[in-house]
Design a protein around this ligand. Sequence first.
Ligand code: SF4
Ligand code: SF4
Length: 450
Amino acid sequence: MGKLHSVSLNRDRCMGCTNCIKGCPTEAIRVRDGKACIDENRCIDCGECIRICPHHAKSAQCDPFPDLTSRNASKPAAVLLPPSLYAQFGPPATRSMIIRSMYAIGFDFVYEVAIGAEACSLRTREIIAEKRALVQSGGSDFSSVFPLISSACPVVVRLIQMKYKALIPHLIPFDSPMEITAGFARKDIASKLAISPDAIDIYFLSPCPSKRTVTINPLGQNKSEVNFVLALHDVYPLILSALEKEQKDTDAATLHAFVGLAGSEGVQWACAGGEASTLDTEKYMAVDGIHNVISILDEIENERLKDIEFVEPSCCFGGCIGGPLTVTNPFSAKARMRGFIKAAIDDEERSPDKFLRFRHLQLASSWKIPLEANNSMQLDADINTAMDKYEQMERILETLPGLDCGACGAPTCAALAEDIVQGNALETDCIIKLKEHIRKVAQDINLLDL
Ligand code: SF4
Ligand code: SF4
């Protein structure tokens, strides 16, 4: 199995300041021997530690930009553009210009991930209707089937696998827009060029590290259709310079090897709430920011969220436009995105045949492998041992000062108690306990001297 996450630490830059440990939603970080370390099994690639670290010691690992000029000519390179890419550029840039810039950079084929997003919206509408009919016929309780939870954000899916296992059946169980588009692109190019689907390199421009992890360790399938993931901020300067060379927009239909523009529904997915707004329900909730997502998942788990059919949780503030690998701040990006969505709606109204929306109905395929729970937060696989450890943890916690200061390298006193029980830390890692210990040793020595 490949690496389980895509966030890495530059040890030379890490000052051991402990800023990052408190922001991590899965308590995956500890500071040991003056340096942060990430528990591979617990990291869900939310990128919070990248944002928080004042010393820029954390970064996302993506693939290097390829040499598109001297590569093997028999292996075409296709690039998939997420809707959040458009929001990185202000006027006069248009979607067509951004798509054309990718050919100028050297890619042979370009596909919009928004076409996969449209396919997901269509399938989700069907699933909501099916579940609604089930509830109305008395075949199921509302709370046992709703709310359905979007699986578009891989960070949220991994969070649910780890901390909210009871909610796994609520996840929309089909491939992400990226995977759907990659699968479509592979088949489309293979048929156009009469080559093997394996003889095509597919690149994805990513707004976040979790998209790279999901290509190495896919969700709901054995193998990703995406071969390489490029950080959006690495490719941004190349696109900008190609855009500067070409200030004049032309019709998208004239683009070389371009399959066709996605409709406005897919483009909307860039922002938080964009996916939910494409569904036939008013009973939806969109929540962004990983800590807000956690609050809402707590509510769902405790059945406190009534009368909601669909929840769209996004790890990043603002949705994918707020991903840690983007360039533009999410507020400007959201304002720009409105322009791109409006243009997409206008285009659709002008020439509806130009859009692919309904041709991709059949694209959203279900997960082939059932999603499994991640037990990394369990104290032990054996329930009796886990209960013993829990009791030990509680006893240790009572003796700790309860300041949650982070000076021990764990985010809270409870996390330190857990580390002690698991044999990964000592009580004297707590500086207050260490002082007490030293004082007691000193007293014992004094008593011996007397
Ligand atoms: S925030 Fe974390 S990674 Fe950054 S310097 Fe401090 S301890 Fe190291
Ligand atoms: S990326 Fe998120 S989950 Fe992973 S270590 Fe950083 S803060 Fe924790």
